[in-house]
Design a protein around this ligand. Sequence first.
Ligand SMILES: Cc1cc2nc3c(=O)[nH]c(=O)nc-3n(C[C@H](O)[C@H](O)[C@H](O)COP(=O)(O)OP(=O)(O)OC[C@H]3O[C@@H](n4cnc5c(N)ncnc54)[C@H](O)[C@@H]3O)c2cc1C
Length: 159
Amino acid sequence: MKTITITDQNEIEEIIRKCTYCSVAMVDPEGDPYVVPMNFAYKDGVVYMHSGPEGRKAKIIAHNPTVCISFCEGHELVYQSEQIACSYSMKSRSVMCVGKVQLIEDMEEKRSVLDFFMKQYTNNTCGYAKPSLLNVKVWAVKVEKMSCRSFGLRPSEAR
Ligand SMILES: Cc1cc2nc3c(=O)[nH]c(=O)nc-3n(C[C@H](O)[C@H](O)[C@H](O)COP(=O)(O)OP(=O)(O)OC[C@H]3O[C@@H](n4cnc5c(N)ncnc54)[C@H](O)[C@@H]3O)c2cc1C
């Protein structure tokens, strides 16, 4: 099965929007990798996330804000020959982004990002208690590098 690189920005953004969560990789001060699944919203080349103020990932990004974010959609097992293991593949599309976490401190900006964030997940109208709004950390990652690949394509599907 074929793998192709996707460069069309609209297609890449469509893949990101199909995902309900992403995997955020970072490197701790000891040089150890750490990956956490997180919910997100994406707009105009920026990935928005949110977290509590404490914990391992909060400590890591304060020390090293560079993260690699992976998005993956569609997981269909495909094969060319049922009996040949190496002909099996997972039909799926994946996007990788690298950027630096910036924390949004301005309360109004926080609220507007969180409103946008919630709209990705629900049509319900939601509000925030002031202490929650103060407490929550809102992450903005401006994408510096982005790549995208599509896996498990039949030769006729690989453009
Ligand atoms: C689909 C999904 C979406 C999520 N979305 C968000 C989000 O938007 N924002 C958010 O803050 N969190 C989210 N989480 C939870 C997130 O993955 C982390 O578990 C959580 O944020 C705690 O991270 P921390 O670094 O503060 O962990 P700490 O509480 O400091 O973790 C201590 C230790 O616990 C273990 N640990 C922590 N998290 C996990 C995990 N997910 N799986 C297994 N072991 C773990 C690790 O060994 C870590 O060293 C989501 C989880 C899932 C599954």
